[in-house]
Design a protein around this ligand. Structure first.
Ligand code: SF4
Length: 299
């Protein structure tokens, strides 16, 4: 997604928000993956990163034009993955602590902040509203209600803008989450791997998620796009075998769109680098040859 990042109303995650999440211990990344301090480049580039408020931007998104961002999750990154390349840094908030410790904002507060933000930028030419923010938006406990209110506000104030949700796909086993996501104009699901081993290394799930479950979840969506990040170094999902298996999985999933990304920012761990431009275009052309699926490459 870009990659994802840190993320706010009542203090609890109700049953609906945690459906399907089985907690497990964090998978430790390689010891040499020290966290460097963030650089100026890392802090401020062209995507929707490091939000500290519900409404942020608008900023030029490489995929979605001028985008307003919606952060449902508050100030700290909350995610069920700990992808080593995540532009939000490492996932520090443990899943088991989300329910009791995170002061999430209410859907009404989210809607109010969204309205205020949009009103302040009505003449800017916003083309999309992206629900992403500080991590995995489907971990917000009242996603269904928030999406309903966001759709209402967007249609009142800026009906031409597309509503997009970026998700890591780990929680698509919740019917309530699926229904919430279906209110979006585009659901963009992260799929960086074509087998479970690569999935663990490149996404480092903190819940009992796996590729099979994510694929099964997308089958319940009417339509979705896939976004994939390719990295090399300590973690590498660009080997021939990894790419071949990724293509097979994407071909089977048959998304409406495929977005292929290298890293634009300095990754939060050392020993990791962006896949180079040639590698990304080679992956795109192999995907096209094998599956007829077109993709957009962002280097
Ligand atoms: S899914 Fe990965 S890239 Fe996205 S916010 Fe979570 S850790 Fe970051």
């Amino acid at each position: 997604m870009p990659t994802h990042r840190k993320h706010s109303s009542d203090l609890s995650i109700p049953a609906q928000g945690m459906e399907g999440i089985e907690l497990c211990e964090k998978i430790r990344l390689n010891e040499n993956m020290a966290i460097p301090s963030k650089t100026a480049e890392y802090e401020h580039l062209d995507e929707l990163t490091n939000p500290t408020s519900v409404f942020y931007g608008p900023l030029p998104s490489r995929r979605f034009g001028l985008s307003a961002g919606i952060n449902l999750l508050g100030q700290d990154k909350i995610c069920s993955f700990d992808c080593p390349y995540c532009e939000l840094g490492r996932t520090e908030v443990r899943m088991k602590h989300i329910k009791k410790e995170i002061p999430f904002k209410s859907p009404e507060e989210i809607q109010s902040a969204f309205r205020d933000g949009l009103r302040n930028h009505l003449t800017d030419g916003i083309q999309s509203v992206v629900v992403s923010g500080n991590g995995e938006p489907t971990l917000y406990p009242h996603l269904y209600e928030a999406m309903e209110l966001l759709v209402v506000a967007k249609n009142e104030l800026l009906s031409s803008a597309r509503l997009i949700v970026l998700t890591n796909g780990a929680h698509l086993d919740s019917r309530r989450t699926l229904s919430a996501l279906e209110m979006a104009d585009e659901i963009s699901v992260k799929v960086d791997a074509g087998n479970e081993e690569v999935f663990k290394s490149v996404n480092s799930p903190l819940v009992r998620s796996n590729l099979t479950k994510i694929i099964a979840g997308t089958r319940k969506l009417k339509k979705f796009s896939v976004q994939a990040f390719f990295v090399q170094g300590t973690v590498d999902n660009t080997t021939n075998a990894a790419v071949e298996e990724w293509i097979e999985v994407i071909g089977m999933m048959a998304p409406q769109k495929v977005y292929i990304y290298g890293l634009k920012r300095v990754p939060p761990i050392t020993g990791l680098k962006a896949a180079d431009e040639d590698t990304l275009y080679t992956i795109a052309s192999k995907l096209k040859r094998r599956t007829s699926l077109e993709s957009l490459v962002f280097t």
